[in-house]
Design a protein around this ligand. Structure first.
Ligand code: UDP
Length: 246
């Protein structure tokens, strides 16, 4: 791992990767990349590379796990062994189990599970290359994979992190900022601005958290725009009723 940089923000207000404090890394998305999944999305965000696949709705087995009045949404976040500098041991870890749980919950208000009692919707988020912000990248890809699978949703979910370096809040942490910064605040929200995921590492004051949330909101607005552009180019519309006719 590289050493801690002396300064994260230069005299012109630019970060080590040339971004301003409120700028997200470049993001590209491609939907429908897996022919065997019902929906999929490949997303690159800075040096992060993430693949999301959605299967379902399909009947849940064993049947005792079925919910009589709604579908069960299962979300699995996984980092490939080769995705980081030091190889990751394959299989679930404490970290991936936690990220899977909270990321699945980030979709709670939007996925219309009531339409599929007894069914399961499986979301797999595979991190192929990690460079800080993988849980947020995975959520952004999973949203589009869910739409690609034709799952009825009340809207999209977007996610990005805010952190603190050199005493300043910064949007969408890169790797050195994540490793050596003072705080990491990953956030996910719906298009209505309802916060569906909020975690925090490090220390921030109440005022910094409030400002950080506003910064994340601006980041998520940019991500919603990227997601909608992808929907427009694939389906020719972002209207939910039109999408469900596909
Ligand atoms: N990371 C790693 N090994 C691990 C977990 C994380 O090298 O076992 C790296 C990876 O680049 C990841 C970053 O540390 O993106 C930050 O990890 P964190 O747990 O904060 O989650 P993330 O920011 O990726 O959601």
């Amino acid at each position: 791992m590289s050493d801690k940089p002396e300064k994260f923000i230069d005299e012109n207000g630019l970060r080590l990767d040339g971004r301003r404090v409120d700028e997200i890394r470049p993001m590209t998305v491609e939907m429908g990349v897996l022919s065997r999944a019902d929906g999929s999305c490949y997303l690159e965000w800075g040096n992060n590379k993430v693949l999301a696949a959605v299967y379902g709705p399909r009947e849940l087995h064993p049947r005792r796990l079925q919910r009589p009045s709604e579908a069960l949404v299962r979300y699995r976040y996984n980092m490939a062994a080769f995705s980081v500098e030091d190889r990751i041991r394959p299989g679930p870890s404490r970290r991936s189990t936690e990220i899977s749980k909270v990321s699945g919950e980030a979709f709670e208000p939007v996925v219309m599970k009531q339409f599929y009692p007894g069914a399961v919707i499986d979301v797999f988020a595979e991190v192929l290359q990690a460079d800080a912000g993988t849980r947020t990248a995975a959520i952004n890809a999973a949203t589009l994979a869910l739409v690609d699978a034709g799952i009825p949703m009340k809207g999209l979910v977007a996610s990005c992190a805010v952190g603190k370096v050199d005493g300043q809040l910064v949007l969408d942490l890169n790797k050195p900022e994540d490793n050596y910064g003072d705080a990491d605040l990953p956030i996910a929200m719906t298009e209505d601005g309802e916060i569906t995921l909020l975690q925090m590492d490090g220390n921030l004051t109440a005022d910094e958290i409030a400002k950080g949330i506003e910064m994340a909101r601006k980041g998520c607005e940019q991500i919603f725009a990227i997601q909608k552009e992808a929907l427009l180019s694939k389906f020719g519309t972002t209207d939910e009723e039109e999408l469900l006719k596909e």
